[in-house]
Design a protein around this ligand. Structure first.
Ligand code: ADP
Ligand code: ZN
Ligand code: MG
Length: 478
């Protein structure tokens, strides 16, 4: 049996900052504007121009660093990273190298190596057939994006699977989104994730040779790309081959991985300190402002929901990932008080309410108190769960409806109790389906569903399922 190969993954994430202007010039940021309208001598690299750092970008980088628990460098510097490509008219990118603004940190269980400031490249557009020049495919360059401020976040190789990597990347996106420093839109490229992937014998502490998957533009593709690459590496090693260090492109349509280039080393870039910029040294006031502006972030909120409200982790994470929904949930929990557990409120908010909102056109969340009243009414069995869902559909259309009045008007008050009405309906349902009754008597427990269903139809969901089950068994003498 071949030894088991464990996945080792580290991510590099580029976050485009939503500042008003570019990193080193006054050009406006834009997405989707006509090409080459947001340019100037600085971002077009005319001779003799000088970069001026964008203070807003520095403030945003500080927020990201603090949200990721990074050590903030008292003094960080910029380097020139030299490379030749049409997306880069200076023939170098201004980036940070040995002293990034944000050092080691952690998000969830994953260690952050660093988060540094840099500038984005221009966008190249490969026009193919239509743009052929003397028979060769041509490319166009749009410099609007060139010089956009970026924070690049680098993780340690702590991730152990494709799903885990995608999940963590989602947490990172939610965290950055809630800081309000980026649109974090993968399709538009304001969040770009590269995955470094290797395998090694399970239990080993050494790192295998890695490949780098570039720029997958959704979390689903990120996961699928990593899965495909892990499979490729495992097969290669299983066939006594070796993994080559290279940069790969994953095509989600075909599932193919193609090599873009063999991986360059840091020394290929001839990094050297940028002589036109001084060090970045945030003042105490800037640090304090960044610290004060941090909201409660998804990871902390998830932990609080688990510890204080008794939610399970998946549900806590689902709620905590969406700040509006989280605020709504907490308000409903407060309004429900002792009438139901927070776990029950979470089920309504993430389950039935989400479904009801999806089912209705431009529906909105009901006001807090009506939903709290409804949850209380179901918890105290004034209305069945099925009846409660009907009330919810009405609340979604009219968010201020009075729940007690709706229950009354729609005749949804739960049946059962002592008046015998439900018992009569159960008796009729048994009589109408003698075959099912016989099966239940002879021990086929599943057959009870047919009679429960008939009773629910007859009562339009007003009966409590547990009570109906009990009555059926009682009447069948079980
Ligand atoms: P490079 O020299 O190729 O830039 P780094 O050591 O700077 O590599 O790491 C870049 C990213 O690759 C980081 O996210 C890091 O965690 C990850 N990484 C490094 N080595 C491996 C490996 N063997 N397997 C998976 N990921 C790795
Ligand atoms: Zn400019
Ligand atoms: Mg590196």
């Amino acid at each position: 049996m071949p030894e088991e190969l464990e996945a080792v993954i580290g991510l590099e994430i580029h976050v485009q900052l939503a500042t008003r202007t570019k990193m080193f010039c006054g050009c406006e940021l834009s997405f989707g504007d006509e090409p080459n309208v947001h340019t100037c001598p600085i971002c077009l690299a005319h001779p003799g121009v000088l970069p001026v750092p964008n203070e807003e970008a520095v403030r945003y980088a500080l927020k990201i660093g603090m949200a990721l628990g990074c050590e903030i460098a008292p003094r960080s510097i910029f380097h020139r990273k030299n490379y030749f490509y049409p997306d880069n008219p200076k023939a170098y990118q201004i980036s940070q190298y040995d002293i990034p603004i944000c050092g080691e940190g952690k998000l969830g269980d994953i260690r952050i190596t660093r988060a540094h400031l840099e500038e984005d490249a221009a966008k190249t557009i490969h026009v193919g057939e239509s743009g052929r020049i003397h028979g060769s495919a041509a490319s166009l360059v749009d410099f609007n994006r060139g010089g956009t401020p970026l924070v690049e976040i680098v993780t340690e190789p702590d991730l152990r699977g494709a799903a885990e990597a995608a999940e963590w990347a989602r947490l990172l996106r939610e965290t950055v989104r809630q800081l309000g420093v980026s649109d974090v839109n993968m399709e538009e490229g304001s969040l770009r994730v590269d995955a470094n992937v290797s395998v090694r014998p399970a239990g080993s502490t050494e790192l295998g040779v890695k490949t780098e998957l570039k720029n997958m533009n959704s979390f689903r593709f990120l996961q699928r790309g990593i899965e495909a690459e892990l499979e490729r590496q495992r097969e290669l090693i299983g066939a006594e081959g070796t993994v080559e260090q290279e940069t790969l492109h994953f095509d989600p349509a075909s599932g193919d991985l193609t090599s873009l280039r063999s991986k360059e080393e840091a020394h290929d870039y001839r990094y050297f300190p940028e002589p036109d910029l001084v060090a970045i040294a945030p003042t105490e006031a800037m640090l304090q402002e960044a610290r004060d502006s941090l909201p409660e972030l998804p990871a902390a909120r998830t932990a609080r929901y688990e510890a204080e409200l008794g939610l399970d982790e998946a549900q806590a994470r689902l709620l905590a990932g969406d700040p509006d929904q989280a605020a709504y949930f907490e308000a409903v929990v407060a309004a429900v008080g002792e009438a139901a557990e927070p776990r029950v409120v979470a089920n309504w908010v993430t389950g039935d309410l989400t479904a009801a909102l999806r089912a209705a056109d431009d529906a909105e969340r009901p006001a807090v108190q009506p939903l709290a009243d409804l949850i209380g009414a179901v918890a105290s069995k004034q209305v069945s769960h099925a009846g409660g869902k009907q009330v919810l559909a009405i609340l979604v259309a009219d968010g201020d409806a009075d729940v007690a009045a709706v229950i009354e008007r729609e005749g949804l008050a739960q049946m059962g109790g002592d008046d015998g009405e439900l018992a009569g309906i159960v008796a009729a349902a048994i009589e109408a389906d003698p075959a099912a009754a016989e099966q239940i008597r002879s021990g086929n427990g599943k057959a009870i569903g047919a009679i429960v269903g008939a009773v629910m139809r007859e009562t339009k969901g007003r009966a409590d399922g547990g009570e109906v089950n009990r009555l059926i068994r009682e009447q069948l003498g079980l």
